[in-house]
Design a protein. Structure first.
Length: 89
């Protein structure tokens, strides 16, 4: 899960701004509130995510074209200030 509140984020200190990442990392002992998105690589069938705590590779072959487009649009919106690297191709 990627979490970002762009409406109120400007009130946070600089070091607390950005996209927070949450998944099973909490079970691994990571605090999701301290786990920030660093990079997303979008391939034709995969998404590689790198955060301050871990990296994941997701298989997106079952994702519809409409969902793929929507996901890219959301990621671009979340990256309005270039807090993470968004690499396509």
């Amino acid at each position: 899960m990627l979490l970002r509140d762009v409406k109120w984020e400007f009130l946070l200190p600089e070091e607390e701004r950005g996209v927070k990442v949450s998944d099973e990392a909490e079970k691994e002992g990571y605090d999701w509130q301290e786990n920030y998105l660093e990079e997303i690589r979008l391939g034709k069938t995969t998404l590689e995510l790198k955060s301050t705590a871990y990296a994941r590779k997701l298989d997106l072959r079952k994702l519809s074209k409409a969902d793929w487009k929507a996901m890219k649009r959301v990621l671009q919106t979340m990256n309005f200030d270039r807090r993470f690297r968004l690499i396509e191709g």
